[in-house]
Ligand binder design. Structure first.
Ligand SMILES: NC(=O)c1ccc[n+]([C@@H]2O[C@H](COP(=O)([O-])OP(=O)(O)OC[C@H]3O[C@@H](n4cnc5c(N)ncnc54)[C@H](OP(=O)(O)O)[C@@H]3O)[C@@H](O)[C@H]2O)c1
Length: 374
């Protein structure tokens, strides 16, 4: 990893693009009622606050901003667009996505069809006030569209210069391998990244998707590093967080919201799970030994996973931003601390992965077998 000041930079997968190892997530920019509950949360930022966060992020050395058409129904992109106009456009790497329904009255305003992808790219460029997008991502797999149609569209968009690179998000192992094989055997531009939920409390992608990334040269952009803020250390065992002061409190105050959001995004019965609190205690001890914070330990643990190119952080204040950026470079968790965190992080083992991993120990490591990278 190369570092400039206190920020590390990595290549994004097997591409020549360099991104800061902390990417600024902008799901917290803008508010919107009636789409997804997260955009109604009290801690969402208005335009002025969002611009302050963006300014500070760039000042601290970041160059990589992640958004999506669906974030506050286009408002996040608009807020970035009004800020981007005042920047040197070429110094910022902009990533956005499409897949979610944008207009309930229009059957074609969702998915990964050629029609919707091309329209989304045009609309995102308009909101972002730019004539190209650096990284365009499929927000999730779409069962309704043949993957061939999606892949050809991404390739065409790269060739005509509207997008520089493309990637996927929220897919499972067989889907990702199919994506990669299609690009490889049709000799079209390859995806360079996978944006996936990944944290000390969400490690399922280690079994399949990250193996594909390692073997095929995709960089992981992890989201949910703090599990919506739960892994920040600011909540106390047995105390219900206030509904208005944090996203975790907002999700958990109302059963309907928690149900709608689902466990994919937030841990909803957090105060009953000892393993989670024991993990936070362990993170607290490691943080104290380094004079760092719990969020910094959570992010640093991710940065030390070889498959991760950049950790997408969320921040609802400058203080949180500075805290999270402090994980980027200049210090490391030791081997022993990484192992202690691994041990404290609750992991399910599933057949056949547990079985295969036991059979394929160090004695089956073959340095000449280039097709398998563990
Ligand atoms: N591809 C996808 O499907 C997908 C899904 C989700 C997110 N994302 C991307 O990933 C980004 C980050 O995701 P996320 O927001 O779920 O990340 P996260 O790191 O799990 O949670 C971020 C939230 O935690 C709290 N927080 C952040 N830093 C803190 C600190 N230092 N101390 C205390 N609290 C802190 C803030 O909420 P409060 O202030 O409200 O507590 C913040 O909004 C998003 O903005 C988006 O760009 C992608």
């Amino acid at each position: 990893m190369a570092a400039i000041g206190n920020v590390g930079y990595n290549y994004l997968g097997a591409s020549g693009l360099k991104v800061s190892n902390i990417c600024l997530g902008t799901m917290t920019f803008g508010t919107c009622k009636g789409s997804f509950p997260v955009f109604e949360c009290n801690t969402q930022l208005d335009e002025k606050q969002s611009h302050e966060v963006l300014d500070k992020y760039v000042q601290l050395g970041g160059n990589f901003v992640d958004t999506a058409n669906v974030y506050s129904k286009g408002k996040s992109e608009e807020i970035i667009g009004s800020w981007l106009q005042k920047q040197e456009r070429d110094r910022i790497i902009i990533a956005t996505k499409c897949r979610a329904q944008m207009d309930a009255s229009d059957q074609n305003s969702c998915g990964l069809s050629r029609r919707h992808i091309v329209q989304s790219v045009e609309e995102s460029m308009f909101r972002l006030k730019t004539n190209y997008i650096d990284l365009f991502q499929a927000h999730a797999w779409d069962n309704g569209t043949p993957i061939e149609e999606t892949m050809r569209t991404f390739d065409d968009l790269v060739r005509c210069g509207k997008i520089r690179y493309y990637g996927f998000s929220n897919v499972c192992g067989w889907q990702l391998q199919k994506i990669v094989e299609f690009a490889k055997y049709n000799r079209i531009n390859q995806p360079i990244s996978l944006q996936q939920q990944y944290s000390l409390l969400c490690r399922q992608s280690e079994w399949e998707e990250f193996m594909v990334c390692k073997n095929e040269g995709l960089g992981v952009l992890s989201w949910g590093a703090l599990k919506s803020g739960f892994l920040s250390g600011k909540f106390k065992r047995g105390e219900k967080p206030s509904k208005t002061q944090s996203r975790v409190g907002f999700y958990n105050a109302d059963e309907n919201v928690a149900k709608q959001v689902g466990l994919a995004v937030v841990w909803s019965d957090y105060n009953e799970n000892d393993a989670y609190w024991n993990l936070i205690d362990k993170m607290g001890k490691i943080a104290a030994a380094h004079g760092k914070s719990i969020p910094q330990v959570a992010i640093r643990w991710l940065l030390q996973q070889d498959v991760v190119a950049s950790v997408i952080i969320g921040a609802t204040s400058i203080k949180q931003l500075e805290d999270n950026m402090g994980a980027s470079a200049g210090w490391e968790l030791s081997k022993e601390e990484m192992s202690a965190l691994d041990a404290a992080s609750p992991r399910m083992s599933y057949y056949p992965y547990d079985f295969l991993w036991r059979l394929n120990g160090p004695d089956r490591y073959n340095q000449f077998n280039r097709s398998i990278k563990l």
